[in-house]
Write a protein that binds this ligand. Structure first.
Ligand SMILES: *Cc1c(COP(=O)(O)O)cnc(C)c1O
Length: 404
């Protein structure tokens, strides 16, 4: 019988860029993403400094750690002292287990097929439960496997996404408590507007959460852990911290909102770099790239750079973005293509093929952040970070004095 070949195991998914070592000779040849482990350590320390005394820090590493590489980020932040990690899917959880991560792994998404339940039990992952049907299914399958998993109960206090409506918290939590093989690890909720300077909705959600919890207490149920805050909630104030905070964006060195910038000092973890593939002079009147969206107004020197929209540089940034070379700002020009883009390097007459271009990151006194791109594109930095493709190898810049 033929072996099924259409089933991709998490291990296979992990192979291509992530298993490379930083010393593989071709890794820096075209374009890559650098992950600064020292910045991750720094951000964990900064966050820990503002947490309420009993609060634990959980690192959100869903979506391949916002594009940074889940395994390397999880290992680094666990070393730096976070209590556990959060993912969105069962597959993301399995990838971490296969990478040797033994810490608690909380899955945010709903999991409600028998296969998912068995995988969760096998890999000792910690699911989110958000309705009774799901709780019953878990209990039934776990009973047949004679095993237990810690479960996290999600209440919807105003996000209108996943979660049991907060008004029904008591019935839901009591049911789960009575079901065999389910061990309540936490009760949590998620903020919808934590980035806003207007805290009305934050306070309303907090009040609903507190009310739901007090009803649980009245029914004699005391969940071991309560949690509500994402990055923005964590940076807002300690009353939102409860027993743990679930921090994603801030861990990667970005601020969820301008007004939260003053709270702590974060360092960007990701840098996106590529090399110059060719340098050429073009005459006035020459069209540049597909569609001739740009025509040289004067004699120009162009650098062709080996990175494009198939690597995750948004094509909508065409003619709108800046890159850094030798600590100087240069303008991108013409349509961004699938694998390459052009820069106007007229100001750098002796630029050579092979020189490094920083698309996101710091070079000399200039820095380009995911926020800059998000602003040009009318989106949020979260989306920018997640948009870099696996074609770009992730290379970890190791913490000084440590082997990577
Ligand atoms: C993604 C997510 C977070 C992390 O959000 P950040 O704003 O990146 O810190 C926290 N909690 C839940 C439920 C999430 O889905």
């Amino acid at each position: 019988m033929l072996k099924q070949t259409n089933q991709v195991t998490p291990q296979q998914l992990e192979t291509v860029p992530h298993s490379l070592t930083n010393t593989d000779p071709w890794i820096y040849q075209r374009a890559w993403v650098e992950i600064n482990q020292a910045a991750l350590h720094h951000n964990v320390r900064q966050l820990q400094q503002i947490l309420a005394p009993q609060t634990q820090l959980m690192a959100v590493v869903k979506a391949d750690a916002y594009g940074h590489g889940a395994a390397i980020v999880a290992k680094t932040v666990l070393e730096a002292g976070v209590a556990g990690v959060c993912v969105a899917t069962v597959q993301e959880g399995i990838q971490l287990r296969e990478a040797g991560i033994e810490a608690p792994v909380l899955i945010f998404g709903a999991t409600d097929t028998p296969e998912q339940v068995r995988a969760i039990a096998h890999w000792q992952l910690e699911p989110t439960l958000c309705n009774s049907q799901q709780a019953l299914l878990f209990s039934k399958i776990l009973s047949s496997l004679a095993t237990t998993v810690p479960v996290h109960l999600n209440l919807d206090t105003g996000m209108s996404r996943l979660g049991m409506p907060w008004q029904q918290a008591k019935q839901f939590v009591s049911l789960v408590q009575q079901l065999p093989q389910l061990k309540i690890a936490s009760v949590y909720s998620h903020l919808a507007t934590a980035e806003s300077t207007d805290t009305t909705v934050i306070r309303q959600q907090q009040q609903r959460f507190d009310e739901a919890v007090s009803q649980l207490h009245q029914a004699g149920i005391v969940p071991p852990l309560l949690h509500l805050a994402n990055s923005a909630g964590t940076l807002t104030d300690q009353t939102l911290h409860y027993d743990l905070v679930r921090v994603g964006l801030a861990l990667y060195g970005l601020y969820p909102a301008e007004h939260l910038r003053r709270v702590i000092d974060l360092q960007s973890v990701m840098q996106v770099k590529a090399r110059v593939m060719q340098v050429k002079d073009i005459a006035p009147g020459t069209g540049i790239s597909y569609g001739y969206k740009s025509i040289a107004q004067k004699q120009l020197r162009l650098a062709v750079v080996g990175i494009g929209y198939a690597d995750g540089i948004p094509r909508n940034l065409s003619n709108k973005m800046i890159a850094l070379i030798r600590g100087q700002q240069v303008r991108q020009i013409g349509a961004i293509t699938m694998d390459m883009l052009m820069l106007d390097v007229t100001a750098l007459p002796d630029l050579q093929t092979g020189e490094v271009v920083t698309l996101i990151g710091q070079d000399g006194e200039f820095q380009i952040t995911a926020d800059d791109w998000a602003q040009s594109l009318g989106t949020i930095s979260w989306e920018i970070l997640c948009s870099f493709k696996h074609r770009l190898p992730r290379v970890a810049l190791t913490v000084a004095g440590q082997e990577g």
